[in-house]
Design a binder for this molecule. Sequence first.
Ligand SMILES: NC(=O)c1ccc[n+]([C@@H]2O[C@H](COP(=O)([O-])OP(=O)(O)OC[C@H]3O[C@@H](n4cnc5c(N)ncnc54)[C@H](O)[C@@H]3O)[C@@H](O)[C@H]2O)c1
Length: 402
Amino acid sequence: MAKVSVIGLGYIGLPTSVVVAMAGHSVLGVDINPKTVETINSGKAHIEEQGLDELVAKTTKDGSFKAFTTVQPADVYLIIVPTPFTGESKQPDMKYVRQAATDIAPFIKEGDLVVLESTSPVGSTKNDVAKVILDIRPELTGKIYFAFCPERAIPGNTLHELVHNDRTVGGIDEASTAKAVEFYTSYIKGDILQTTSDTAEMVKLTENASRDVQIAFANELSLVCDDLGLDVWKVIELANHHPRVNILQPGPGVGGHCIAVDPWFIVASSPKNTPLMRTAREVNDSKPNWVVEQVKKAINEKQKTEKPVIGLLGLAFKPDVDDLRESPSVTVATTLKNSTDAEIMVCEPYINHHEIFNLSPLDELLEKSNILVMLTDHSEFKNISAEKLKNKIIIDTRGTFK
Ligand SMILES: NC(=O)c1ccc[n+]([C@@H]2O[C@H](COP(=O)([O-])OP(=O)(O)OC[C@H]3O[C@@H](n4cnc5c(N)ncnc54)[C@H](O)[C@@H]3O)[C@@H](O)[C@H]2O)c1
């Protein structure tokens, strides 16, 4: 069993740390955020994820997992730090990955394995990890192993999927691939698919860009159906009876740290060849504004008879999680707040506090609002009775009340 250093203890790094520790390795987690480290070492998870609190408590108590604010020497280093894009230009921002590589360089010894798990543009394992480390430690050239192994876990079921999903593992050379496969075999129950680091990087981006394009199709369809007075949910349901058609569901847009970000890495790498992926991003990014326009029409309608009170259901980017990153629900809420005088109530059961909005309990929101906007289809919202929806204008971006 190895000493494993997980660099970045966020939504993926923390669950990875505990499943690796549960497999018998000794995990030395690292995060630059001291509060995160303190919370973990007190036996708690700083993020909401089913089953995570229990496993953090167990592994920190039995000593198989400990968190630090600085890198500790290990045999395997997993880099799981953010990979956002920069502002308007939508270029990948690899500064966190390069910093993590710089931070671990002084500790690496002959025979160690360094794996980049952060979703990254093609060439990153070679250029932003291996080159950065070997520039600092040239004497280790050819003596350490570098690989890329992306995550596929879904928030809400991360712990299960981290272990049971198939994984693509690609080294910068064959020896690196073999070394990485040996490590992942120690805790992954799904198939481990071997390739090169460049291909593995492209595979991850392809998975997310594919989802984005398909969701954009559903979102565009929802606008067309609205224009034609048709029920998009019915159209999709009936079309999906075709044995070779499988249209996804529309929504208020696309959020999260992955699908809303990663297609830009492909577009940035080959701008001339990616009109479809760029347009899909633009279609999905424009959907929250369309929802805002629907709400404004409802406000004008309500104003004729009573004072409009908007009830917004959900801020998270997907159901049953507390993750608000890139969330279209947040875009709708903040755009409405900045562009209307109407009273806005927000219910988000997965967080206790929001910087901009006062959060309301569901019952109070249902009682006081007369325009109800379903943004994030959390389980709690799916059982709202028809009685409680009476006399409200409903804007249902998820088809929950259909
Ligand atoms: N969240 C998901 O569902 C998901 C799924 C698949 C892939 N990914 C990819 O995984 C990567 C990480 O995503 P996440 O959601 O876990 O991000 P996150 O923001 O939740 O966590 C990243 C952590 O890294 C820490 N960090 C940043 N720089 C550091 C450094 N130099 N040393 C130590 N810690 C550092 C941050 O403080 C933060 O706690 C991203 O590339 C993302 O695209 C995420």
